[in-house]
Design a protein around this ligand. Structure first.
Ligand SMILES: [Zn+2]
Length: 538
């Protein structure tokens, strides 16, 4: 009798939990893509998912969030971005979306007036937006800034323009050659344009960021990411020193976003990775190395099997000799780490696919990634599926590049570029990202580009190469559970299921049901990480 009484008392009180989110349309992104109404959070994890009534009865919670019918998704994961670089970019001159070189020079001048000494650093210019679509020349920068060094990076980070003062500091001379890069010289004179590895000659001379600048970069980037619903970001290429900074900021509780860090390809990083082993904490993962096979299509650094359609006899270039990638693949396979390689051109992709295939030897679960997998020769798709090589793609690249990519590639090659559906079919899953700051950080732009394949003006009307569009469900999976899987994190995040981190977003509209043209306008109302509210729309 007593026992019965005690039992019924407990039933009334219910189980304790921290948070109940109710009256929502919760896309759980579980295997069935089931929709639920409510869920309960305890100790930063999802405790139960179900109906509002049932969960209200069963649990005694400290806090209730009534979503009032709004849509909830798992926190978005960006499988390919440059988080730190984006944060640093927020502290320099933003040249994005500027439609002429003259206006760019104007904004550089304005910045120089407000910031009276030191290097002048800017980024985001894109000659494809300008009337002439040609690379700029440093002349005006030399007249305005004869002494102060200036470096302005192209939007893709694969080319830059430097003034003479900056070129002098790096000791760059006309007609100088560099492997994996280009120093543009016209009629015996430097134009200031540097491509890929040539840019590094200058960036190595820029004084290191102060601790304050570095910390601010991480924290500002985090703030902007939370505002668009990102709860995990893959940072594709960092030095180990920055991993230490991340750990400090996370231990202090300042940096809450979850980061998946790929280390940059250099000996020091490899030594530290091998010595210290993989790092896996709830908010930080370090177990992979990022390589660059080639450059980018916009700056004609992508390595193609046949010459560029708009530059005869030019095939682009590799960033390192083939042997380097071969050696690294063998080494990382032996040590058990993940290899992630940037490959844009069909030649770079073929080379990396064959190197990976030679090491992976058929079906496996190493999840080695090809970042971008942008232009694939029709004969090479099969390597992805046969060897479980993971294409990691950024749908906004398709819609940002589509208007000029055809000039670089011609009408045939473009057909198997940005071929996301074909790539998805290879393994049955496909992680999505943005490559920000190359593209906007918004996951909604990614979603829109993946399913509608249109730019923000709604063009082209029928969508670009729609045979390679993704369904909405596929796109959501790509931004959540499949992105988690590419990071070996599918058991702890990427869906709203019992036992997983309580990372989720409340949106003002339902991504699965609104009209296509409304997708880029969707707003995040609230973002949660580990059951903690980290963003609320004002
Ligand atoms: Zn990138």
């Amino acid at each position: 009798m007593l026992l019965l009484l005690a039992f019924s008392c407990q039933q009334k009180k219910g189980y304790n939990a921290d948070l109940l989110v109710k009256n929502a349309r919760v896309y759980t992104v579980n295997k069935q893509f089931a929709v639920a109404e409510a869920f309960v959070v305890k100790d930063g994890k999802i405790l139960a998912v179900g109906k509002t009534d049932d969960l209200e009865k069963k649990y005694l919670v400290k806090e209730v969030v009534d979503a009032a019918g709004k849509t909830i998704f798992p926190g978005f994961i960006d499988a390919h971005a440059h988080f730190y670089e984006y944060g640093m970019g927020l502290q320099s001159i933003n040249l994005k979306d500027i439609n002429s070189w003259a206006e760019i020079v104007d904004s550089v001048q304005r910045y120089a007036k407000d910031n009276s000494d030191g290097w002048i650093i800017g980024n985001g210019w894109d000659q494809n937006r300008w009337a002439k679509k040609q690379f700029p020349n440093k002349q005006q920068l030399d007249i305005l800034f004869p002494v102060r060094p200036v470096l302005l990076s192209r939007v893709d980070g694969h080319a830059a323009i430097a003034n003479q003062a900056a070129l002098n500091i790096a000791g760059i001379k006309p007609n100088q050659k560099i492997a994996g890069g280009e120093i543009e010289t016209v009629k015996g004179k430097l134009t200031g344009i540097l491509v890929d590895n040539a840019v590094n000659l200058i960036t190595h001379k820029i004084p290191a960021a102060t601790d304050d600048q570095t910390n601010n970069a991480f924290l500002q980037a985090q703030q902007n990411c939370f505002a668009v619903g990102l709860t995990t970001v893959d940072d594709c290429g960092l030095d180990y020193t920055l991993v230490n900074t991340i750990r400090q900021l996370q231990n202090r509780g300042d940096l809450k976003i979850r980061l998946f860090v790929m280390l940059s390809d250099n000996q020091q990083n490899l030594d530290l990775l091998f010595r210290n082993g993989a790092i896996k904490t709830p908010r930080l993962n370090v177990s992979s190395v990022k390589f660059y096979a080639d450059g980018a299509l916009g700056s004609r650094g992508a390595c193609l099997l046949k010459p560029y359609t708009d530059k005869p006899k030019w095939n682009g270039f590799l960033r390192s000799p083939k042997q380097h990638f071969q050696d690294m693949a063998t080494l990382l396979a032996a040590k058990g780490f993940q290899m992630c390689t940037h490959a844009i051109g069909d030649s770079a992709n073929r080379m990396m696919l064959k190197i990976y295939a030679g090491v992976l030897k058929g079906k496996n679960d190493r999840r080695w990634r090809i970042e971008h997998s942008q232009i694939i020769d029709p004969a090479d798709f099969k390597y992805f599926g046969e060897n479980n090589i993971i294409p990691s793609v950024q749908p906004t690249h398709a819609t940002s590049d589509m208007n000029w990519a055809v000039q670089r590639l011609g009408k045939t090659r473009i057909k198997t570029a940005y071929a996301y559906r074909q790539l998805l079919q290879q393994n049955g899953w496909l992680p999505l990202g943005t490559d920000f700051p190359v593209e906007n950080i918004s996951p909604f732009y990614t979603f829109y580009a993946a399913v509608e394949r249109k730019d923000l003006k709604g063009l082209p009307e029928g969508g670009f190469q729609m045979e390679n569009a993704l369904t909405r469900e596929q796109a959501i999976r790509g931004m959540t559970i499949w992105a988690a899987k590419a990071n070996f994190q599918e058991n702890e995040k990427g869906s709203i299921e019992t036992g997983k981190f309580a990372d989720f977003v409340i949106l003002d509209e339902d991504l699965m049901r609104i009209k296509g043209n409304r997708l880029p306008k969707v707003k995040v109302l609230q973002t949660y990480i580990n059951g903690e509210n980290v963003y609320k729309k004002r």
